[in-house]
Ligand binder design. Sequence first.
Ligand code: ATP
Length: 472
Amino acid sequence: MTAARPVLPPAMMLAAMDAVSDGIVIVDKDSRIIYINDAYTRILRVERQKVLHKQISVIEPGAVILDALRDKQPRSRLPVEVKTRGKQILVNITPIFDGGEVIGAVSVFEDITELSLSHQELERAQRLSRSIFKAAADGCHTLPPEFAHIVGDSAKFLRCLRLAELVAPTDATVLVEGESGAGKEVVVDGILRLSGKRRRPFVNINCSAIPESLMESELFGYTAGSFTGAAKGGKAGKFELADGGTIFLDEIGEMPLFMQAKLLRALQSGEIQKIGSDTMQKVDVRVIAATNRNLKQMVRDGKFREDLYFRLNTFTIVIPPLRERGEDVLLLAEHFLGKFSKKYGKTGRLSSAVQRFFLSYAWPGNVRQLESCMEYAVIVCGDGEIRMEHLPEELQGLSDNGERTDAAEASAAGAPHGLKADIQAMERDYILRVLKETGGNKTKAMEVLGISRRTFYKKWKLYGLDKEPSIK
Ligand SMILES: Nc1ncnc2c1ncn2[C@@H]1O[C@H](COP(=O)(O)OP(=O)(O)OP(=O)(O)O)[C@@H](O)[C@H]1O
């Protein structure tokens, strides 16, 4: 004897159907939709009244439920693409019989869009990454002209550039790792120059420069009136601004954990949600991220999400520190010597003692430290040979491994600080002159100065150029 099935009051039955996370649709024998639950409207992003009583054969002619009505067979865990909604779902369909006749069908489905997208994308990225690493290992190669501004000839660094060249024309997510000042932004800039024609616009965001409380609105934007103090018409976030192009997330290791979760969602689904909006918005954005932190260690310490790390880590370029690049340090020193000699109208050359020192020094601040060291030396030395005494005080008297000698310590303690101020004053004047020459056009000024937008604005702030009346 079979136990009688409990009869549920209709209100309870409907509430139960709305409580499940899977979408449910019931159609009659003519494929007319007679019931959909809340999850259906959510997953397929349709309003109930727009689909109720419509025939599926009209709104989704390829729907599998139509086959089930025709052949009276159930379907179990069938992956289906709902083309009109851009969704991947996993469906279970059961025809409903009454006395041997099919009177309708019920479909219960699960949204697997994110899962399949991320799976497909991950597989694609891994395939791509394998082929790129293989190509990068193959023999010598001439680098593209877009990399002409990047100085370096060591095997380790050239491999990074080759990887950058190969990954540039793809849409793959790239993570650039390396110590501070090692040249991550320079390599990212190379990638952008190579991919720039195809992918525009380019939006840059420095995760360490944005207060935690503003990060979400900066990245994803907000709708009008979504919070007190919000701009009247709402605001587009960086992801929206980068639609069709590339977003550069610099210092990604500084992103707070709660934002990492939101970023991961955006990367996986290609959709963003503005603060105050209940709808998602599709965006097509390539992500390039950079960090000087050890993300793997941060994952171990619970400070960086493992899933986001895997997502970003599909194609990683590790820029070696300057101390591991052998004679690149001399090439770079010559490069900066030329740059600053031109800037300050001087001529100079490196003494062999300085060259030896450069090759043996550990350069904790990497290329950035070398660059400012050369600027200092060019100014201090004037014309002629740059010797040890022309280097910044913190480098003078250092032993080869970078340890400070007692004498140097003593002299540094009493060292005058006027020189740094002099250099800064000269630099300020120089930037002002270029800005005047370009009629206040900052983008042109950056080009003439040969510095990145970020560096430009750092100096703009540092020198109070926003308050300078002679440029507008
Ligand atoms: N290979 C290179 N050729 C020419 N200039 C370089 C090279 N590498 C770095 N530089 C210069 O050194 C400075 C520091 O480089 P960059 O800003 O790219 O470092 P970073 O690794 O992004 O630093 P951070 O981690 O602090 O953001 C810049 O002025 C850059 O132009």
